[in-house]
Design a protein around this ligand. Sequence first.
Ligand code: SF4
Length: 447
Amino acid sequence: MAAGSIRDAVNGCGACEGNAPVRELGELKGCTRAGTSCGSCVPMLKKLLEGELTKSGVEVSKALCEHIELSRQELFDAIRVLELTSFEEIMAKYGTGSGCDICKPTIANILASQNSAYVLDAGRGTLQDTNDRALANMQKDGTYSVVPRIAGGEITPKKLGVIAAVAEQYGLYTKITGGQRIDMFGARLEQLPEIWKLLVDAGFESGQAYGKSLRTVKSCVGSTWCRFGVQDSVAMAIQLELRYRGLRSPHKLKMGVSGCARECAEARGKDVGVIATADGWNLYVGGNGGATPAHAQLLAKDLDDETLIRYIDRYFMYYIRTADRLQRTARWQEELDGGIRHVEDVVVHDTLGIAADLEAAMAKHVDTYVDEWADTLKDPERLRRFRSFVNAPDQKDDSITFVSDDRGQMRPATAEEKALALQQPVLIGASIPVRAAAPELLDKNEV
Ligand code: SF4
């Protein structure tokens, strides 16, 4: 939908009874249907709404949602200063009602950013988004994907063999991701602990592909192998990924490290991009892909390793503390008064006098990081969450069915294919049963 049509809707386009102007994001989504599919345009929608309201002289509320009057930044600071650790405490002090799908995951996210406590303990599991609750990404057929961390995209042949063996054993679809790791699709909820046990025993850990957290640090081969490389980009990428793994943030975070200006790791398309120079590293910040792509902007040049990491610590923590919910770094930077120059003042020149505090917060994160899947496997109580049927923990979900594709892998069966595989009637219209003609063509996943 064009921006002009959204603006018209905000101001009362005449399509609705009474031609009333729109004041709330939910109302605008309902009226225009914009932002109701993948949701990637919601931040833009919100911006258009706020712009039109401001032009009309209407005060724009910064409230997180209808239950919490504070903005995300104000709430983050309040929780940090008062050292609040539970949803109940926070709602008692700053909220009304029992919360919603905006404030619950936001509070869970803030608590996870400030404390490295297990994200599903102490009632926090019910606050989380669907993917966080399963420590895995739910797919369109109700199965989950498994994504182990492969720091910097570097992996030994032996560990590649482990992934291959696990995927073979559980009949999983495998795909290399854009972040230089391997995604395994098609795991049922109750299979996740078994699969992760094999992976953790082989030295893997959660890649947190499900979280609003650091995803990957992509790298090129750098000076070790490449004739043009001027720094060891793989070693730096691994160092950065191991430092910031598990860091929960307002949105997912991606990084890239290139070994020279040719930029093979596409670092400037990342939230934080690092590009080698003859004298050290150039640091770029605020790059995003997504619906509104942005190139990262140069923050500092020719940094040594230590200074580079110090600046990234400060940058990430400042973003985590001050961004809006679901706001990526590019939009956050754009909306800061002063933009990249303000970021430079805070991160490089420490004009707010908070650099030491930001660094200390990051040091706490690094010191207290634990792998969520290893932690889950140690605790029978935590494992109880991974059951397809609460009353029948050993029962698998028979509605999940796969078929072989023509590229030697499997994919989710369509509704018609499932009916064929299960030899069940397909209901057409009211109730006309149709029997499968050739069920042998289909593979029902039995793993
Ligand atoms: S970015 Fe430079 S060092 Fe890295 S692979 Fe490309 S040419 Fe080689």
